[in-house]
Ligand binder design. Structure first.
Ligand code: FMN
Length: 390
């Protein structure tokens, strides 16, 4: 029965693009634009994706029969595949219950789940679900007492890998989101109400999982609000410091019991500074092209960063990854691991809880197929594939 259902999904949604198309019809418009959009003219969204198409890999043949092995040891942890979920703020607003669903699917599939500081769930709830596969992402709060407390809670929740995000020095303008009717502070206008009422599956999710809230940060606000993720956006931007410095990072690295990855770097010198400050590695990322429309594609920035720090530290890539071929391209260009943000949210929007399991299987199958085509038995071999930029 389960296999028959999986097979049906494989036939209907064999690629992320099909999931995205259905998700758009099931997520309220303002939340869809928050998920899918970029900023400015949104040119970086297209270039970030197109960068993958420029990477060609040379297959090798005559290697006899084999079944590709996707397993990957990263920062001392054994994962079933070299990819995981990127942190996405307000995940539960995009799809109700998203944090729990994705954390469970990641643990089931043996890959990391990354919980954002501004997610709708807290470390106390998600830590036990994600188990050894939980990563926590920190936006550094202005108040050092709050920062220390958040890090303490993350540690107590069992998180050992810390994503220290540095690429949000100020808020992005996100013009398309404004036009969708989102205002700060939030007002439930007739426009937004109409968008919500047009999405019954999303509303049913809210009835089941409760209204989205910023559970991680709520304890630090004087007045926590009920259904007000949007009020919280305003508070969050008041609350977080966009631009901590390298000394602060060094202190965090000294005190954090696990590994720290600095997320959001595009310049090799910044990667160097991160490693000098004690980070175990970096996440090369342009934040999914949603902050600065003049940023280069993360994939284009990857080789120089690998060259600079790859022998001393871990290098992760995100932004624009939509399938197994993209994962293989990033690994062939030197990444040790790959994260996907929007793709998992498209999967939830399209299929609800089943979407997480479906996308995990889809990505594994797709990557396995690409490795088979290339003649790579292991992920390590993938890193030695001959590559050409078109
Ligand atoms: C809706 C949305 C919210 C995000 N929120 C966060 C966040 O809270 N913290 C963070 O470090 N990155 C955040 N990101 C960036 C992702 O972690 C990741 O860098 C990006 O999604 C990768 O690009 P992709 O969506 O094309 O895979 C967010 C991305 C999206 C799309």
């Amino acid at each position: 029965m389960r296999r028959a259902r999986q097979r049906k999904l494989d036939l209907r949604f064999p690629r992320v693009s099909y999931l995205a198309a259905r998700a758009q019809r099931r997520i309220p418009h303002f939340a869809w634009v928050y998920l899918d959009g970029g900023t400015g003219d949104e040119g970086a969204l297209a270039t970030t994706r197109a960068a993958f198409d420029d990477v060609e890999m040379f297959p090798r043949f005559m290697r006899g029969p084999f079944r590709p092995d996707l397993s990957s040891t990263f920062l001392g942890v054994d994962y079933a595949a070299p990819f995981g979920t990127a942190p996405v703020g307000m995940q539960g607003l995009i799809w109700p219950g998203a944090e729990r669903i994705l954390a469970r699917a990641a643990a089931d599939h043996g890959v990391p789940y990354s919980l954002s500081t501004s997610a709708c769930q807290d470390t106390e709830t998600i830590g036990p679900i994600a188990g050894d596969f939980g990563w926590f992402q920190l936006y550094v709060p202005r108040d050092p007492v709050v920062a220390d407390d958040i890090l303490r809670r993350a540690q107590e929740g069992g998180f050992r890998t810390l994503l220290f995000t540095v690429d949000v020095p100020i808020d992005a303008r996100r013009e398309r989101m404004r036009r969708a009717g989102l205002r700060v502070p939030f007002r439930l206008t007739p426009t937004l109400m109409a968008q919500i009422l047009a999405r019954p599956a999303w509303l049913a999710g809210v009835a089941r999982h409760g209204a989205p809230r910023f559970r991680m940060m709520e304890p630090y606000w004087k007045r926590a609000s009920a259904f007000s993720p949007f009020t919280a956006v305003k508070r969050a931007s008041e609350w977080s410091v966009g631009s901590p410095d390298w000394d602060y990072l060094a202190r965090v690295c000294d005190n954090w019991p696990g590994q720290v990855l600095v997320k959001g770097l595009l310049h090799p010198e910044d990667a160097d500074l991160a490693v000098e400050a004690g980070a175990a590695g970096v996440v090369v990322s342009n934040h999914g092209a949603r902050l600065f429309d003049g940023a280069p594609p993360a994939l284009d920035a990857l080789p120089a960063i690998v060259e600079r720090i790859g022998k001393r530290a871990a290098v992760v890539l995100d932004s624009g990854v939509r399938g197994g071929l993209d994962i293989a391209r990033a690994l062939a260009l030197g990444a040790d691991f790959v994260l996907l943000g929007r793709a998992f949210m498209y999967a939830l929007g399209a299929l609800g809880a089943r979407g997480a399991d479906h996308l995990m299987r889809l990505l594994k199958d797709d990557l396995s197929n690409v490795m088979g085509q290339l003649g790579c038995r292991t992920v390590a071999e993938l890193r030695h594939v001959a590559v050409r930029r078109r």
